[in-house]
Ligand binder design. Structure first.
Ligand SMILES: *Cc1c(COP(=O)(O)O)cnc(C)c1O
Length: 487
């Protein structure tokens, strides 16, 4: 069946058809009024489609085929690390001893789960070069906020209450200034120089006795390594501030360089990016935070500790910022990340970084003939192009992204970071084959040619999807909740 012709679930509805089978009731049913307050009872029955179990199964399967996912196609979404999530992670996370335990169980009955968390903490400490790790935060942004709250508690414990500002580069991920604001800080922007790196002069200008922290991603969101990081760390530390590392994407430094060795005091990781927890659709994710020794007292409680071979949850932490997540974080994602780390081993993790960086550079060099390359130097795990040349032909970056849908690709990140005009940000990841990379490169080259020879085909894309261009803001704010026959 043609994708466009797929009937809506409401069109499949046949009066009286049901999708479940239950035994006859052998007790008297309660009246609704006995269960719910009158205000909550419908006066008109809900208009729901009436379909069989098979109808609904096929309906959702067909819908899922319209979706883009890493398991169905290449997904070069810059700054998101949409890599393949090995299925062994799922097998292990479904073990009864992991999936069917309860967080309120006696510690003596969940030693295995606690050991896994402890071990994962140890691995992350080793990977990041930090001194202690919490697994509680549920996402990257949540980790950022947790880390900043610890920095805040640290300064307050030192009576250093004038430190109200967090410095973020103009290329920062949007969550950085947002987390700083939610943690009660004012954000100050530091400029990038013409090489796409933090401008040291500007950093010296904005750093001062009111600096609580500098938040940085390294490599930054342009995919470039901040080669002056040691000097930057010194500038910030000398002024009494802390260094926060946004380690959402560790693909470019994993087993090669450690935030702790670069001078960072706090780091969060996205286990749902670098460490192959599935992500998208809002989670569940996991954003562990690592800290250097002087911040350990402020970690969220509890943390998993080990004494005489027994694992326990340590609540006795008087200076802790408190709990940031019910129970101990998204345990299932932590199991997946642990499985990944153990199944890859140190050499495997090193190969991840080498191949992620190689794939990004390969693609960047191939595409640089057809699109503008704002920063002509080696990239790390991702790179940015600019659609400036195409814009002169009347084709915008948005059009290019939409046209990629016709080739079956999820579009890359666009118009981010903000400091690059008509930005296209591509992260191929290490899990893609050369054949896949080449096919995507060919599609991008064809689109560049179309922009020159036949711009309408790009301007009017996508041509093959069920719905063409949405008003994305309106779609997010006013989702269509109900089928209306007339539109
Ligand atoms: C994805 C990402 C984040 C945010 O992580 P979430 O889990 O989506 O909250 C923060 N910083 C960078 C650099 C990222 O790529």
């Amino acid at each position: 069946m043609n994708k466009q012709d797929q009937p809506l679930i409401f069109e499949l509805s046949t009066q009286g058809r049901i999708g479940f089978s239950l035994p006859e009731m052998d007790v008297d049913a309660l009246a609704l009024e006995e269960i719910l307050p009158a205000d909550y009872i419908r006066s008109v029955e809900a208009e729901l489609p009436e379909v069989s179990e098979l109808d609904i199964m096929r309906h959702y399967t067909a819908l899922s085929n319209r979706n883009h996912g890493v398991d169905s196609g290449f997904y070069p979404l810059g700054s998101c690390t949409m890599k393949y999530n090995p299925k062994i992670n799922e097998n292990i996370a479904r073990f009864n001893g992991f999936a069917h335990i309860h967080p309120l169980q006696e510690e003596s009955t969940i030693q295995g789960a606690l050991e896994l968390m402890y071990d994962l903490q140890e691995h992350l400490i080793e990977i990041t070069g930090m001194d202690e790790v919490t697994l509680q935060p549920a996402a990257g942004a949540h980790g950022e906020w947790t880390g900043l709250m610890m920095i805040r508690a640290f300064h307050e414990a030192n009576g250093d209450t004038a430190r109200t500002k967090v410095i973020v580069p103009d290329s920062a991920h949007g969550t950085n200034p947002a987390s700083a604001t939610v943690a009660g800080f004012e954000t100050i922007t530091v400029k990038s120089n013409e090489n796409g790196l933090v401008d040291l002069e500007d950093l010296r200008r904005v750093v001062g006795p009111d600096t609580a922290a500098l938040m940085l991603t390294n490599p930054n969101t342009l995919g470039l390594f901040e080669e002056n990081i040691l000097e930057m760390a010194e500038i910030v530390h000398q002024a009494g501030g802390k260094l926060y590392y946004d380690g959402a994407n560790l693909n470019a430094v994993l087993s090669k360089a450690r935030p702790g060795d670069m001078g960072f005091d706090v780091v969060h990781l996205n286990l749902h990016k670098t460490f192959t927890g599935p992500h998208g659709g809002g989670g569940p994710g996991s954003g562990p935070v690592g800290v250097k020794a002087d911040l350990i007292p402020f970690l969220p409680k509890p943390i998993v500790t080990k004494e005489d071979g027994v694992f326990t949850l340590d609540y006795n932490r008087p200076q802790s910022i408190g709990r940031v997540k019910p129970f101990y974080g998204n345990f299932g994602i932590n199991v997946r990340a642990y499985t990944y780390i153990r199944s890859m081993g140190p050499d495997g993790l090193k190969a991840v970084t080498e191949n992620a960086v190689l794939n990004a550079n390969y693609m960047m060099r191939k595409l640089a003939h057809y699109y503008d390359l704002p920063f002509d130097r080696h990239c790390k795990h991702e790179f940015v192009l600019s659609g400036k040349r195409q814009k002169k032909l009347g084709v915008r970056t948005l059009d290019i992204a939409k046209r990629l849908l016709d080739f079956g690709y999820h579009p890359p990140t666009i118009y981010f970071p903000l400091n690059v005009e008509e930005c296209i940000m591509i992260e191929p990841t290490e899990t893609e084959s050369k054949e896949t990379l080449d096919a995507f490169i060919d599609a991008m080259i064809q689109i560049a040619k179309e922009a020159e020879e036949n711009p309408e085909i790009v301007q009017e894309a996508p041509h093959t999807t069920v719905i063409k261009r949405l008003d994305e803001t309106l779609a997010a704010r006013k989702p269509v909740l109900r089928y209306q026959k007339d539109n």
